[in-house]
Design a protein around this ligand. Sequence first.
Ligand SMILES: Cc1cc2nc3c(=O)[nH]c(=O)nc-3n(C[C@H](O)[C@H](O)[C@H](O)COP(=O)(O)OP(=O)(O)OC[C@H]3O[C@@H](n4cnc5c(N)ncnc54)[C@H](O)[C@@H]3O)c2cc1C
Length: 316
Amino acid sequence: MGPILIVMENGASGFVDSSKELITKGREIAKNLEISSIAVGFGQDAESQLKNLPVDRVIAITNPELSQYHPLAYEKTLSEIVKKEEPYLTLVANTTMGMDLGAGVASSVSLPLIAYCNQVAIAGQEVVATSSVFAGKLMAEIVVPKSGAVLTVMPGAWSATEDSGSPQVDVLSVDIPPSMRILRTIEPEKSDVDITKADILISVGRGIEGPENLTLAEELAEAIGGVVSCSRPVVDAGWLPKSRQVGKSGQTVKPKLYMAFGISGAPEHQQGMKDADLIIAVNTDENASIMDIAHFGTTVDMLELMPALTERLRGE
Ligand SMILES: Cc1cc2nc3c(=O)[nH]c(=O)nc-3n(C[C@H](O)[C@H](O)[C@H](O)COP(=O)(O)OP(=O)(O)OC[C@H]3O[C@@H](n4cnc5c(N)ncnc54)[C@H](O)[C@@H]3O)c2cc1C
């Protein structure tokens, strides 16, 4: 059986925690199955970052042009390593980068991809990965075939390792064609507020009807001490920036109070807010899915309720 290959992702300062979490589990599985653990890292600092990791061996690919993620360059480089090392498991964090890289490498080397894993367990001589499917509605248990697989693991599945070690260090420099180099990086717009840090979210959906009604939400948010977030159609229409979007392709939030105004509660939306401490849904349709997860719900018209609530909160 081949080794466990753990792919380390570069963050703003060192490896991201979700990669260090993979080390914790990767090492445990390797020990149980009596196979070796290898960590691979990219970029000019790879060697110094990797050399004290608590694994058996590290592979530092030190091309400076790999310090930043480039989908094709990373896929090409990692695929070559996977072909050479023939790992049993290739563990990648289920981050924006990892989802892209994991899928690309799996397809390039013809290995199965098991995505959205939140548990990896050993059952006898087999490894069973639990994958969250249908936006978290089902958990699928998948036996990893003996021929190996690429697993993308959800951040937070395990605690990040704080251990250190003295692995064997292999330093490589690979050939990256000019077409696979980053020319320049454009930073995304800085968002005005971080909705993941807010205790109270006044979240609006398509029921808001148009940008002219957003003032109602902003005034209510101000009166209650919260901030405005939204569902995806509101962002798609250009009424609020992407940084305010809650859900699968937006932010995951866990406020003390989540007030959903005119949001139907599609699975993709619920995925980002279902763990809020208190959910209050305002939706004229009593059968809207949001009512299934709301602690309290009302079918009054949001466009009437929002100004009335604001008035009451202001004591007017
Ligand atoms: C890959 C993928 C990723 C996605 N990611 C996300 C994501 O991150 N976040 C997200 O939100 N969606 C996401 N979606 C879209 C998602 O499937 C839904 O289309 C979306 O969440 C619906 O938004 P909504 O509830 O605002 O609109 P609708 O589904 O149209 O619901 C509007 C609701 O407002 C109610 N309403 C209308 N008028 C009023 C009124 N006056 N008072 C009270 N209630 C009223 C209606 O009864 C209705 O329930 C994604 C979809 C896909 C395929």
